[in-house]
Design a protein. Sequence first.
Length: 421
Amino acid sequence: MRRIGLQHLISWAFLGWLPLLAWAGGSNIPQKRSPNQVLLLVNENSSVSLAIAEDYARQRHVKNILPVRCQDSALSAANETIPLAAYTQSIETPVRGFLATHPKIDFIVLTKGIPIRITGASMGSCDQDSREPESIRGHPSVDSYLSALDYTNMGAALKIYLAGSGAIGCAYSNRYWNAAEPFSHAKFGGYLVTRLDGYTEEDAKALTARSLAAEKDPARMLRQGKVLLDAQPIFGLGDKATQPAPITRAHIMAESAWSEFNADMRHASDVLSSRGMPVELDLAETFVGQRSNLLGYFSWGSNDPKYSEHAYQTLFFAPGSMSDTAVSTSARTFLPTRGGQSLLVDLIAHGLTGGKGYTDEPLLQAIASPTIVLDRYTAGYTLAESFYAASHFVCWEDVVIGDPLCSPFLGRVQGNRTIKQ
């Protein structure tokens, strides 16, 4: 996805689930997840990481805390990228050792101060003109690489070869994609990895505070805000009946049609409307700004030919809010920078609770399906389950930001219906 342009009052009585979606009863009903299922990583070389981890452990009562020692990514953009050998020694090896004696872990939380990108891997994307050997040319995110732990030992794990939008690389097909049941490592393999990060220590800590605030008073969220789905008709609106679409091939030789993301946003709007959720689907060419108390935000970001940096900076969010933008490098850094594509970290600074971004070119196929994210989340699944169910790949470029346990809609409605293919 290379940049192509410039930059109700509602009561809970309305939250009835209409028969638009497939019934997912029994064990498929979302569950309250325990802090005992969370492993929290803290970089002992980073004072910022230590402070964020202490805050999260205290507020979420997390006991499984693993100290690691690696370069402090909170200090410089250069430190945000770690060589594979250093990653393996300082992060993956101790994580594997901990998990070997703690089989109930399903979620892994990283903190600001832990690098975001690996260099020198066989997985992940790279420039299509790279002359490096295939075994060392990849640049996956640390988060997505960790999320695929044990995939290499699973016979059912499907390796995907990708090419398009100026990039090539390898990923695994996410075994949890579009799953309509709570995640477990025992069943699906891998882990749901999220990160507490932002421009500052305060921004990263705020993610947990917003999560808890949303769980305490979700009705307030709905009274004051709405979900914004900013489609761009210039790319074509697509056929919403075909979205979200599964990955069915081991070789992807081109990026998907951009109209498909518009179609997915349109489908998401239908799902939310059927549930009485406040939603604004914008089908005009104008890039939307000047919105406050957003419950969710999906758009083309700076890939929108009508993109306005000013408009992007006038978007503000309510506790419990979720977002992804179809932008190749929206998570390329979590430090102040200038130029380049629009950044997820700006939305975190504006109050976002949970978001997804990409450290390097992921192709449009990697962007979280708005339909699945919003369907799962409003049905009571956690932030982590919602984003991972909506994501096609692991061991790729993805970064999920936020408290994985965040689930403000859990137990707030009767029944649960989810999108199924």
